[in-house]
Ligand binder design. Structure first.
Ligand code: SF4
Length: 709
């Protein structure tokens, strides 16, 4: 098997041409290119070396992605819960969709439009995300729609919108990493979460560049670093304040850039005055010398790049943390400079596109604000409705779920592409909320933990059985092409949406052909921040994709080339200047104390993806189950040996799992991967005030040996 980050041998036909259907991996935001080849009844993954993001390299997840084809747990018939026995029984599509439509009608007649909520996913194609938003707002007339991408990179999105007036994960192609002098990764474990991307870090270093990794764990990514800093979880913001303090102290900020291209820096200048490195050391655990070392490194290299990921962002202060690092980037004049800048390493496969086209509570297609009258009028015209009929902003993902089944919340939930029972914070409470619903409908490919609670389960097509576009972490719009025929009995999410719209009496058109949906999405996005109107399937089929914004041009003009790099001359704000924002360090929402003396942080492992609904079922991927990673001194203090069953508890629940004793983690911190049910029961549901991101990355925990009280 090809090792992560290395290019497997290229498969060729006898004519020497690459074989198979060019498409992209079903998992993370790198959206690695691959070819799918039919060999008899088998579907093989082969490299697509020309696709520039991964150049043919794939991680274990991508290489084994066809493992769910023909899986014995694959759903191929709708299921309805029998009200007498409480068990599922197979049913027809007509009966399932009729039942859902009838229950929606009844519930809305009793409790109003918002009593039906919709929950989407960051893995859905742009076409599905768009259709879901349109369906919810025009057919259901409900404001209650959000998606699990809210729990992924929404803090970076909020910060980028505040500072730059525009949110595109990376405002430059990933390959630009190789041309930088210094790359600072804040809370990213690229080597394990997106291994083919780590090649850019290796090439950076081969070319003489330097890598800094900031993470409470010394991860495989940190092992590659020239400087690895291990702050206390939840203190990345204070570290950024200290770096900026030192840059100002040594006169290293770019005053001309700040004067010409930004506003608000004077307030920031004052706000970091008290964050001298020794104070930062007391708060973060990073030595004052290392704070200065990092700042000096940045000051000495004009081509510096600061990239944040979930480790910095999934906090109740996630937006402010990202803003603090953006302030550092702006102070150095990095954004817009070739080979430099700030970016966010988006996580989910379509985390970027998913937040641009309308499945987020506050947005309309084209990354338009649902509160903007001009945006509402434009989208209403494309949809064929009046602007007044489009509901306003709904609840954010966690708030929507937390309210379910209560007097204030919705009585029904339709779930597309999300496994909430595993992925929600404070998951025990959220599971109870799902159980309290009058109607839970889940569209999925397998009976996930969430689908198992549903009243109706709809078996839908998976990747490789359907065509659609995705937008990767660079803002590159790419085409995933269908390579195989879906099994008999399953339908696409677009079919489900159209079928429900018809049954609910809508006269609007809900196309089921993805290319037709994409053309409509393009029209809806025209003139918006994320303008896709100049992109067509023909432009991106078998190709390397097009970066948004890409506006349509007149018929006789050359197509717009797309925009690989942003901010060279101006930012997305009304006056074109970036906004420096004053932010203050507050620390974790739930500090440690004598009852819960450890920081718990969560994250991913190489072989699993998100809630594991797909990857846990692929036999060639190791399914270890959850484990609790801890420092030897913690283990010694508590009488724990490697492999012992331990109980990890927080104010919300307990998890029993084996111990992993490692020297690579801080002594005050334990780590648990979140791919398995039960882990997120422990996680704090404190929300970031701007992004509404839950604090997945830190809460207070206690640990003891054994599995009993
Ligand atoms: Fe590439 Fe991510 Fe798929 Fe791995 S999971 S092959 S890194 S897209």
């Amino acid at each position: 098997m090809t090792q992560p980050g290395t290019a497997p041998p290229r498969t060729r036909s006898t004519t020497g041409s690459p074989t198979g259907t060019a498409t992209h991996c079903p998992y993370c935001s790198l959206q690695c290119g691959m070819r799918l080849e039919r060999v008899g009844r088998t579907l093989n993954v082969a490299p697509w070396a020309e696709f520039p993001v991964n150049e043919g390299a794939l991680c274990r997840k991508g290489l084994t992605a066809t493992g769910l084809r023909g899986h014995r747990e694959r759903l191929t018939t709708p299921l309805v819960r029998d009200t007498t026995t409480g068990e599922f029984r197979a049913t027809s599509w007509d009966e399932a969709l009729d039942l859902i439509a009838s229950r929606i009608d009844t519930l809305q007649a009793e409790s109003g439009a918002d009593t039906i909520a919709v929950f989407g996913g960051g893995g859905l194609t742009n076409e599905k995300a768009y259709a879901l938003g349109k369906f919810t707002r025009t057919v259901l007339r409900s404001s209650q729609i959000d998606y699990n991408g809210r729990w992924c990179m929404s803090s970076a999105a909020a910060a980028s919108n505040k500072a730059f007036g525009l949110d595109r994960g990376l405002p430059f192609p990933l390959v630009d990493i190789e041309t930088a002098d210094v790359v600072v990764l804040v809370g990213s474990n690229m080597a394990e979460t997106m291994p083919p991307a780590a090649r850019h870090l290796d090439r950076l270093r081969e070319a003489g560049g330097q890598l800094v990794v900031i993470d409470p764990r010394r991860t495989p990514t940190a092992e590659r670093a020239d400087l690895a800093l291990q702050p206390v979880p939840g203190t990345d913001l204070a570290l950024a304040l200290g770096v900026l303090h030192h840059l100002l102290a040594v006169g290293a900020v770019d005053e001309d850039y700040l004067a010409e291209r930004t506003t608000g820096f004077e307030g920031v200048r004052l706000s970091v005055a008290a964050w001298w490195p020794e104070r930062v050391e007391r708060v973060t655990g990073v030595s004052a010398d290392d704070v200065r070392r990092l700042a000096d490194l940045l000051a000495a290299h004009p081509k510096a790049m600061i990239l944040t990921a979930r480790g910095a962002e999934q906090h109740a202060q996630g937006t402010d943390t990202v803003l603090a690092w953006i302030n550092v980037a702006l102070a150095l004049g990095l954004p817009g400079r070739p080979g430099a800048g700030y970016g966010c390493l988006t996580g989910q496969g379509n985390g970027q596109g998913g937040r641009e086209h309308g499945q987020k509570a506050d947005q309309l297609p084209g990354y338009r604000s649902i509160d903007d009258p001009v945006a509402r009028a434009h989208v209403a015209e494309v949809w064929g409705v009046t602007p007044e009929s489009i509901p306003g902003k709904g609840r954010s993902a966690y708030e929507l779920l937390e309210a379910l089944g209560t007097d204030e919340g919705s009585r029904a939930l339709l779930v597309f592409g999300s496994n909430i029972v595993v992925s929600a914070p404070n998951a025990e409470l959220i599971t109870q909320r799902l159980e309290a619903l009058d109607l839970l409908v889940v569209a999925d490919i397998v009976l996930s933990e969430t689908a198992a609670l549903a009243d109706v389960v709809l078996p839908v097509t998976q990747w490789a059985e359907e065509t659609g576009t995705m937008t990767n972490l660079e803002g590159r719009v790419i085409l995933r092409q269908r390579a195989v025929t879906p099994p008999e009995g399953v339908r696409s999410d677009l079919d489900v949406i159209a079928g429900l719209a018809t049954r609910l009496g809508s006269e609007l058109v809900f196309p089921t052909d993805p290319e037709t949906v994409f053309a409509e999405l393009g029209r809806a996005s025209a003139g918006g921040a994320a303008d896709y109107s100049g992109i067509t399937y023909d432009r991106i089929r078998d190709e390397r994709g097009v970066f948004w914004p890409c506006p349509a041009t007149p018929d006789d003009a050359e197509p717009h080339p797309g925009t690989p790099r942003l901010f060279a001359d101006s930012f997305g704000t009304p006056d074109g200047r970036a906004r420096c924002q004053v932010v203050e360090h507050r620390g974790p929402a739930e500090p440690t104390d004598s009852d819960y003396p450890l920081h718990l942080t969560t994250g991913r492992v190489l072989a699993q993806y998100q809630s594991g609904a797909q990857t846990r079922r692929i036999k060639d991927l190791p399914d270890t189950g959850a484990f609790v990673e801890m420092h030897p001194l913690v283990a010694l203090r508590l009488g724990i040996e490697d492999g012992n069953l331990v109980t990890l508890s927080t104010r919300r629940g307990e998890l029993r799992a084996p111990a992993r004793v490692v020297t690579t983690i801080r002594e005050d911190t334990v780590f648990v991967p979140f791919h398995w049910v039960g882990v997120n029961r422990l996680v704090n549901d404190a929300l970031d005030p701007s992004s509404r991101m839950p604090e997945f990355k830190v809460c207070a925990a206690a640990l003891r040996v054994g599995g009993h009280r």
